[in-house]
Design a binder for this molecule. Structure first.
Ligand code: ZN
Ligand code: ZN
Length: 188
């Protein structure tokens, strides 16, 4: 997964830290709106690709690298896992991570846990993996259209929130049985 591609300084989720001058304590506020990258979220709930992600960040130079703190805000679309109704929501996530200078990173002992270390490339910082991790962590795994969504009728697949009192006198027509199985929300 971890390829050392060269970052594009003009990419909306790439930040240039050069003007911090590697002076610990120097900092810069960054507010920008970036189009959401593809697949930002989980299967049932995600940020639409290209829709605006509002970022309010502070970049602060520390000894080892650049500390990024701030927030991201975006609109979500998805579907209720119980009744399959489309749903719209918003997400606010906190972002915080240290991006280590590449040369400091190289000095680290090889037995350090390198897996989670984010590294600056030519003083450029790629916000996308950080944003992605924060968004995925903050999403509910089982989004619901409302907390008490009653789901679908197990017999006919009707959305019970629309028709809470309906019931079936007669056994269900076997021709519908297959459709009903399709309409069952997936079990986690
Ligand atoms: Zn629902
Ligand atoms: Zn029914």
């Amino acid at each position: 997964m971890k390829t050392l591609s060269t970052l594009d300084p003009r990419a909306p989720l790439v930040l240039d830290t050069r003007e911090l001058g590697r002076r610990p304590g120097s900092q810069r506020e960054v507010s920008r709106t970036a189009p959401a990258p593809a697949d930002l979220g989980i299967e049932v709930l995600s940020v639409v690709e290209g829709s605006p992600v509002e970022l309010d960040l502070r970049l602060e130079a520390v000894m080892e690298g650049v500390l990024v703190t701030g927030t991201a805000h975006a609109d979500l679309v998805g579907e209720c896992v119980r009744c399959l109704e489309p749903l719209h929501d918003e997400i606010d996530v906190d972002l915080q991570d240290l991006f280590v200078y590449a040369d400091k990173h190289d000095q680290r002992a090889p037995d350090d846990d390198d897996q989670d270390v984010r590294v600056l490339e030519d003083d450029l910082l790629d916000l996308e993996p950080l944003l992605r991790d924060a968004v995925v962590l903050a999403l509910p795994f089982q989004p619901l259209c409302r907390d008490d969504c009653p789901g679908l009728c197990p017999d006919c697949g009707t959305r019970l929130a629309d028709d809470p009192d309906h019931h079936h006198e007669d056994p269900i027509d076997p021709r519908w049985a297959g459709l009903t199985a399709l309409a069952e929300p997936e079990k986690p």
